[in-house]
Design a protein around this ligand. Structure first.
Ligand code: KIV
Length: 294
């Protein structure tokens, strides 16, 4: 534990550890988290969790559990909308689901993801798309993929007062050119990723997602930046960790990536509940007297 992290979590007179009331996770604040709170966590050396969500009810569960940042990721394509990749996701879909997540939460900073085709044309298109998510859906920040290649977009949004989370390493919107491979293994690729991260920071991004990069490289990027890094498949040294909620909760069908940890088996639980309901209906056990009006 770093000295700053120790100050975040200190022992009281009874020997109990008490959390810093400002802590992003476990803190006492009830107002919505802002990007300034995120910056404070990096200064304190505090690690924090981020989850995706795509609907109000799931988001409310994560908000009540104290998850400080919720990403309405374009992973909604694979995990919610039934597409094979994130590429077909539209801005309308992100806007509707982001608004639902904002309505379902009180404390979390909600980050809306700019989908493929909604910002690549240039900064003006990016500003128009991001403005929709901020005004219509009420998100507190937006995420977009790419470092140097998305700099004009990042600069434009930051100048307009929209906090930007950058996404580097494996960028799923480029799956058709990049595939799903660990990024930054070759020296040249690692140098490019470090350059991208610094460029995103210099353009005013408040955080950088690092997806599927070697842990050593993620550690170097994390040391080099004053804004937080958020890892997914990037090892233990990033400032924060993000998981796709359906992977984390065991709802995703089939194999999940090796970097995911499954904390529940919702697919089994929901399937069992559906079967129990069906058997009660076909066997006549539901509805019983207590579910019946006279
Ligand atoms: O869309 C998403 O859920 C993401 C996370 C994997 C970071 O981009």
């Amino acid at each position: 534990m770093t000295l700053q992290a120790a100050q975040t979590q200190s022992a009281d007179s009874s020997g109990e550890t008490s959390r810093n009331p400002k802590a992003l996770y476990g803190g006492k604040g009830t107002r919505r988290i802002t990007v300034h709170d995120i910056a404070g966590a990096k200064e304190r050396g505090e690690k924090w969790p981020m989850l995706t969500a795509y609907d109000a009810m799931t988001a409310s569960v994560f908000d009540e559990a104290g998850i400080p940042v919720i990403l309405v990721g374009d992973s909604m394509g694979n995990c919610h909308l039934g597409y094979d990749t994130t590429v077909p996701v539209t801005l309308d879909e992100v806007a509707i689901l982001s608004a639902a997540v904002v309505r379902g939460t009180k404390r979390a900073l909600v980050v809306g993801d700019l989908p493929f085709g909604s910002y690549q044309e240039g900064p003006v298109q990016a500003l128009r798309s991001a403005t929709r998510l901020v005004k219509e859906a009420g998100v507190g920040a937006i995420k977009l993929e790419g470092g140097e290649r998305s700099l004009p977009q990042t600069e434009m949004l930051v100048q307009a007062g929209i906090p930007v989370m950058s996404h580097l390493g494996l960028t799923p919107q480029s799956v058709n050119t990049m595939g799903y491979r660990v990024q930054g293994r070759a020296d040249e690729d690692a140098h490019r990723l470090l350059r991208d991260a610094k460029a995103a920071q210099d353009a005013g991004a408040f955080a950088v997602v690092l997806e599927l990069v070697p842990a050593e490289l993620a550690a170097e990027v994390t040391r080099s930046l004053h804004i937080p890094t958020i890892g997914i498949g990037a090892g233990p040294h990033t400032d924060a960790q993000v998981l796709v909620w359906t992977d984390m909760a065991g709802l995703t069908a089939g194999r999940v990536p090796r970097f995911t940890k499954q904390y529940a088996n919702l697919r089994q639980t929901l399937g069992d509940a559906a079967k129990a309901f069906a058997e009660d209906v076909t066997g006549g056990a539901f509805p019983a007297e207590e579910h019946t009006f006279h």
